[in-house]
Design a protein around this ligand. Structure first.
Ligand code: THR
Ligand code: THR
Lengths: 158, 158
């Protein structure tokens, strides 16, 4: 059985924008991200969760720090146009990721990552998983510490 | 410049569980997924969004339909133990994904996927992106239609 987690990466200087209470009906995500693209904002990750029995969604995306103000302005235009509750911004974000293969079938891997960060007292903001990458958004100040913690947790610093 | 989107996949018979209003402090995600693993539930994707100025998070995960009841029972135990508002279940879910390379730097790709689904009147529940895979959770009944729509949208059915 091969080594599952092959590396850890850290992406700094990100901003996180979340659109809260977006109506959950077809066409909304398309409209939002067409508008974001029109503002020439480069999007890193998009994370959306539906809740309140499928009535609304929170849509979060990350951009470079440089695009943060533009992204919020864009979000506020959309809040008026589409009609949703709130736009929030966090300009103090980094993304730490573990990279591997077949991580889905090794159910413990995500839990192991969250556990390592928790023991290092690093708060996890957003989570985003696939078979190949599990990413956590954290405070920028925790970036280096999170990187070292995960290297140790997955035996990668030998 | 190579072809960015190489294929579309559909994963059927999924259930979506969302834990609503989870306190946003270190150790919670670790506790939740250790508990889920203890119940022998196999988790497909995990998506977490923080909101309300970082006070709470919604954490969503997908499992097989067969694990749905167990996953909800597990979520409800955690709601009591940890103290959060609500657990919701949708047993009618499929995941459609576009697979490619370097999709982040081609900013239009996600917007193009959302647009194609919107024109097909397919509602997007959850969204989850990385450089290699962009996944949307949709209603099970829309699975086949979404698959064909995306094949056509990305010129993959020639
Ligand atoms: C919220 C948003 O994703 C909506 N459900 C859509 O399909 O566009
Ligand atoms: C909500 C949960 O992810 C919490 N922030 C944690 O770090 O565990």
């Amino acid at each position: 059985e091969g080594i599952v987690v092959r590396g850890v990466t850290l992406k700094r200087d990100l901003a996180r924008v979340v659109l809260i209470g977006v109506p959950n009906k077809p066409g909304i995500a398309a409209r939002i991200f067409a508008h974001v693209a029109k503002h020439k904002i480069v999007v890193d990750d998009i994370i959306q969760n539906v809740y309140d029995q499928g009535q609304v969604a929170n849509i979060s995306f990350t951009t470079s720090l440089g695009d943060a103000k533009e992204a919020v302005a864009c979000g506020e235009e959309l809040a008026k146009e589409i009609g949703f509750k709130q736009v929030e911004l966090d300009e103090n974000v980094a993304k730490v990721s573990i990279v591997g293969i077949g991580m889905k079938t090794h159910t413990g891997v995500a839990a192991q990552m969250f556990n390592a960060l928790s023991e290092a007292k690093v708060n996890i903001q957003n989570i985003n998983t696939s078979e190949i990458v599990i990413s956590c958004l954290i405070d920028q100040k925790d970036g280096e510490h999170a990187l070292q913690t995960l290297h140790a947790a997955f035996d990668l610093d030998k």
